[in-house]
Design a protein around this ligand. Sequence first.
Ligand code: SAM
Length: 496
Amino acid sequence: MKSVAPLPEPLPLTGDTLHLFAWRVPDLVTYHHRRDEVWVAPLDDHLPIIRLNQTGIAMLSAMNGHTTVGALLEQYGTKVCGPDGQLGRWHLERWATPNYSLCFYGSAPPGGHRHSARWDLLLQRVRDRWSGQHEFEGEDHLDHFHRYELGDPHEDDRHFDLIETTVSHLFREPSEVLGGLTYGRLLMRQLRRLGWFSPKPSMILEIGGGLGYVAQGLGQELLPFEKRSVRYISLDLTRAFLHLQISRAAEGGWIAVGTRADAEALPFTDQSIDLVIDNENMADMTPVLLSREELASGKGNTPQHQEALDWIRRARIPLGSDLPDPVIFNLGPIRFVAELWRVLKPGGRAFLSEFGIDRGWPHPVRLPGHTEYEVQYTHLRQVIRWLGFQEQYLSLPQFLAIKPDTKVLCTGAVYTIRRFCEMLNKPFTVKAYTEPELRQALGDMLPKLQGCHYHAVADPAWFNLFDFKVLLLEKPGGLSKPRFTDAKGYRWYSHQ
Ligand SMILES: C[S@@+](CC[C@H](N)C(=O)[O-])C[C@H]1O[C@@H](n2cnc3c(N)ncnc32)[C@H](O)[C@@H]1O
């Protein structure tokens, strides 16, 4: 993993900085290792855990929004704050930098009330520094990232644990939230309920399968005869992920092959695929930055811009009256659905899921080392309907029928506990934890942790789960089949 931000110089504790107030990050998770030793974890994974003694803990506790940096420096600056020997000054110079992100210095809290400094706003400040570019990282950036920057995942989950955690990754193990199923299994259960496996598809294409857990779960949910003679193709732009995708698909019982290709230009003949699965991948596809002038004139400054403008005109994508200048437009996802239209057989179907918005224009979402872009679903759906698909659109929790008030451990706490466990050589998986699941995973360690907090799974503060949408697409033209329901020994037929 890349460092989340370039290592900054320690903050000079002089001048105006001394008059700023200090807020420790709310909900900070700490680990009581020994009698006089407590651990806290800097945000940047490359930095060592910070070990504090009573003095260090007292300094951390004093960062309550009422104490100035100057007062902290005076009281703790020359005192040893932990077994590693650093003085209070050393910590005060570093903790408010993005790589540490243990506290915030300001004249006002980073949002909201003085007593409720908000971690998400603090984190936003940190994220803004992950990327050198302020708003838009360029139209080729994501393609380059996936083709050249991602190395071998070495059979472990690190990339998705730390860089781009997906919903399916958080639920790759059986979870209480999903009624004891994995994400892949529950997805298959829902697709089966929709009738997408009767008759069974003969050619399934999964796009951007990451580490292959979805393929594995999808297969595990089916009985052997339901998978027999079905071909499962895993297509990904990142070469390094492909072998795990194929091996996990095989573990799920699929006859699997992999191909390295771009979802925006699928290497398949027309009408050759029955079912496409694309889970949390569209935000990685090509964005373009269009100026107001280009939108007004319909004339693009580059061939790629012209392609985007042609889609806007052709599909009559509504631009709205109050156009910002410039705007980000999801060209990649539009190319992708046009390719789906081409490669799907009549009656073929696609499941697409990704985070996104229904109004306004896509925003960049900063992740370590790369930036993704919200999918603008109103635009995308306009194209989908223009192509001729029948579509259904709903939120991911709705689709999965998740109970919205189930409580799960804050993901920030999960990352921190992972670091503590790493120090202790104790295995710990990054995933969604209910309280009993965490108790089972941590055993004796749990009482030594402070600050573990839980959110309702539907609470935006957890993972913004309701921002993840599902599109169910069907290309018309398949064989219509009689449907019936059994009731009290009678079959009630309806034709669709
Ligand atoms: C965020 S990950 C999602 C992984 C997995 N589906 C999951 O749910 O965890 C995006 C995946 O799409 C792949 N990818 C990104 N852009 C792509 C493109 N244009 N064509 C094909 N695959 C792409 C990445 O290599 C990665 O495997």
